[in-house]
Write a protein that binds this ligand. Structure first.
Ligand code: SAH
Length: 347
């Protein structure tokens, strides 16, 4: 029998206080450690020209003991048959040609536990229960991979490729993608500190060394050379209406890369209203691909823009301007707002 502890950074003293002390515009929280037993958190501040690295010890009062797929909570020895619930995710993804291993399945189970634990405090999501989280958050996030052909998956999500999830919130769709595509370097970006603090906890607990969590605004980070036009694929969900979303995502895309946004059904009009913005930002005409993993009353839509030329340096405009005056939209109030289960949609 093999068993190991996963230490979560969930105690009140460790979260959110130590991370929120840091006030840099762009804070890179990188978690170090060769395995899940790591108890150190590396916080790397990226300031103009300078780097600081400090170490903090998280509290260890959240312990999950794994034993052959059964979770035993602390002293309570409560068993949790997560395997039964998550096997359906393996089936759903498998039918779309996306393989999920047993270890990745365990990572989804821990992610779910942490979501439930921090849900209210960090205003993460209104969706609760493993089955709903599986269908509406995990499977749905993987729809973006399902919307790609096998050749596109190899080209954009293969070894050493770079993905950024803009406005990731509690990690959707970027974190499920990071779990399933461990060879891809993934950056999770959000402007809300509580959310990036939560993501840092998850990344540490799951031992995802290829994932970087960044707290900051897309409008600012896209002007940083380390991020501007340096991603093969830029994902988003429930971030903004498409004209604004184009300006928040396309500046991160390399020429030859793509922006891939998950939307609900009936996005034709919204996509038309974003055609001018996409063209100004260097993208081709949007491709709309219906996609559904798991039970859905109607399929979602993956909106795909290919980056065909560099984004002019004047984009993105100042923080908040893409929202107030979306490119190419004469009357912004006529554009549908995104529907999110999570929150206000603002940082
Ligand atoms: N993608 C997640 C969260 C959607 S809510 C999901 O599908 O569940 C929108 C998120 O985008 C919020 O967490 C908000 O903080 C973040 N956000 C909005 N505008 C942003 C911007 N300009 N830069 C960075 N994050 C932003």
């Amino acid at each position: 029998m093999t068993a190991h502890f996963i230490h979560g950074l969930t105690a009140s003293r460790a979260y959110p206080e130590p991370l929120s002390e840091l006030t840099n515009d762009s804070l890179i929280q990188t978690f170090h450690g060769k395995n899940r037993l790591s108890t150190k958190v590396g916080i790397q501040k990226r300031a103009a020209g300078g780097h600081g690295l400090s170490w903090r010890r998280p509290c260890l009062d959240s312990r999950l003991l794994w034993n052959d797929g059964k979770k035993i909570f602390g002293r309570g020895h409560e068993k949790h048959p997560w395997r039964t619930h998550l096997e359906r995710l393996i089936d759903q993804a498998g039918r779309a040609g996306i393989q999920i291993s047993q270890d990745q399945c365990k990572q989804f189970a821990v992610y779910h536990e942490l979501l439930e634990e921090h849900r209210k405090r960090a205003n993460l999501t209104s969706i609760t229960g493993l089955d709903r989280v599986r269908d509406e958050l995990f499977a749905r996030s993987l729809e973006l991979a399902a919307a790609l052909t096998p050749a596109e998956r190899a080209r954009y999500l293969g070894d050493g490729k770079r993905l950024i999830d803009v406005g990731t919130g509690a990690g959707f769709p970027g974190l499920p993608m990071a779990i399933v595509f461990p060879a891809t370097h993934v950056t999770l970006l959000d402007g809300t500190r509580k959310k990036t603090d939560f993501l840092a906890v998850v990344v540490e607990a799951l031992g995802l060394e290829h994932v970087e969590v960044v707290n900051g605004r897309a409008e600012e980070l896209a002007r940083n050379d380390a991020h501007r036009e340096s991603y093969d694929i830029v994902t988003s969900r429930a971030l903004a209406a498409l004209p604004e979303l184009a300006e928040l995502t396309l500046p991160f895309c390399k020429v030859g890369g793509m922006s891939l946004a998950l939307k609900g059904a009936n996005v034709d009009e919204e996509a038309k209203s974003a055609a001018s913005a996409a063209a100004q930002l260097g993208a081709s005409t949007a491709l709309l691909r219906p996609v559904a993993l798991g039970p859905r009353p109607e399929p979602d839509t993956a909106v795909l823009w290919r980056k065909v030329s560099n984004t002019p340096t004047r984009f993105p405009r100042r923080t908040g301007i893409p929202h107030k005056r979306p490119l190419g939209v004469p009357n912004p109030s006529s554009v549908k707002k995104p529907v999110s289960d999570t929150d206000e949609g603002g940082a």
